[in-house]
Design a protein around this ligand. Structure first.
Ligand SMILES: [Mg+2]
Length: 419
């Protein structure tokens, strides 16, 4: 049933996940918050992180602060303090790199560590090695972490999630069947609420039913990402760790080469819009903001027109950058030339400060915009990167429906700001 490479030749992948990370950081600095219902996100007027005590009351992530105050007045509501969280995260990664050079920073408080072969280096069993790492993290940072160890990222993530908070689970050949038999397919990493219907259609409700299907059946009836998950659940190592130092981007670039050269202003602006949208989404994912931006157009004869703009306020909000582009578009675009590609580079990236941006449009309050992007990023995470997109990207000719991860759903343009 499972991949038959011997246990010894398999990878040892550790997933580490900070428990209620933002709140835990606050507690590490201010222990009087311990054992209380605590929520961060006051500055955005929505709960961005919550303590288990808050969760137990009924507070949910994304709930409005006003609602929390009304329904659960005992909750302590704090401004997010990103500088502090980033600092804790950096220290967490420093500790993990003492053990392995192969560390993938998956998010601010989550990472994968390749421990393969390090049991021999440290003369410890993998279990003891993980316990040592976990204790070191908890002792030095005064935060609690959940750890999961297994043969690949998917199984390690299931393992760390199993016994939260502060748990450690090792999923291996001897107990794998047990864990898969208890796991609903919608709780498998990479299977979102929209794709779960496909599984239910084939009467697959739990992970074990999924791995029990024949390989050909999965290949024929599911898209590639699900076949990859299937293989991982069968203990294969498919998803490589992304260990390059991507988190310390100096800049983020996105470009698009057109199918054919164009001098259509709307089309070209729209292509820029796509680049900006993608680059900003990435910047938000890594909690970075640009302080300047380079726009460029590649002309048919391979020359470039480019313009570098210093932003008044650092940002990772696409519509702010699109506004800057709109103001400067005529400086690089000429209707008499044919272009073959657009590109943008977000430059001089800084860690997000959690500040309030202040060059928003009159009809959209700062708060609404923050909430909007919080929601959009969540939708992208759950339903695929192209499930919703800027209306200013609509004239790009890109078929969003085809690009959508779940092709059965239509993609929706969600905001229109620049004509
Ligand atoms: Mg976490």
């Amino acid at each position: 049933m499972f991949d038959n490479i011997s246990n010894e030749n398999k990878k040892a992948i550790l997933h580490i996940d900070g428990d209620c990370f933002f709140v835990s950081c606050e507690r590490a600095l201010n222990p009087s918050l311990n054992n209380k219902a605590v929520v961060t996100g006051k500055e955005r007027k929505i709960a961005s992180a919550l303590s288990y005590e808050a969760k137990a009351l009924g507070v949910r992530r994304g709930m409005s602060i006003n609602e929390i105050k009304r329904l659960y007045p005992q909750t302590i509501i704090l401004d997010s303090n990103y500088d502090v969280y980033i600092n804790f995260a950096k220290r967490m990664y420093e500790i993990l790199r003492r053990y392995s050079s192969e560390v993938e920073q998956y998010s601010i408080d989550e990472c994968f560590v390749d421990l393969s072969g390090l049991d021999k280096c440290f003369k410890l069993s993998y279990n003891d090695l993980v316990i040592k790492i976990k204790q070191e993290l908890e002792r030095e940072l005064n935060l609690s972490f959940s750890a999961g160890l297994s043969y690949n990222k998917s199984l390690a993530k299931i393992a760390s999630n199993w016994n939260k908070p502060a748990g450690f689970v090792n999923i291996n050949i001897s107990n794998l069947k047990y864990y898969l038999s208890k796991l609903k397919v919608e709780n498998i990493w990479g299977i979102g609420p929209s794709s779960v219907k496909v599984f239910h259609r084939y009467k697959i409700n739990i992970a074990l039913e999924f791995v029990n299907k024949k390989e050909d059946f999965i290949k024929n009836n599911f898209q590639k990402p699900y076949y990859e998950i299937y293989q991982e659940l069968k203990t294969k190592y498919i998803y490589k760790l992304k260990t390059s130092s991507k988190k310390t981007f100096q800049s983020i670039s996105k470009s698009e080469t057109f199918n054919k050269n164009s001098s259509d202003e709307n089309f070209i602006f729209s292509q820029f819009s796509i680049n900006i949208e993608k680059a900003c989404a990435k910047a938000r994912r890594y909690k970075l903001e640009a302080t300047s931006v380079l726009f460029y157009l590649k002309i048919a004869d391979f020359k470039y027109e480019k313009i570098n703009i210093n932003l008044e306020n650092h940002t990772n909000i696409d519509i702010e950058i699109i506004k800057v582009l709109a103001e400067n578009f005529k400086r690089i675009f000429s209707p008499y030339l044919k272009y073959r590609a657009t590109g943008i580079t977000l430059k001089n990236l800084k860690e997000m400060s959690g500040r309030q941006s202040d060059i928003f449009y009159n009809h959209l309050q700062t708060q609404k915009l923050n909430n909007l992007y919080f929601a959009c990023d969540k939708i992208h995470k759950n339903y695929g990167n192209n499930s919703i997109y800027l209306a200013s990207s609509m004239n790009s000719g890109v078929d969003y429906k085809l690009m959508n991860k779940d092709k059965k759903n239509n993609s929706i343009p969600y905001i229109a700001l620049v004509d």
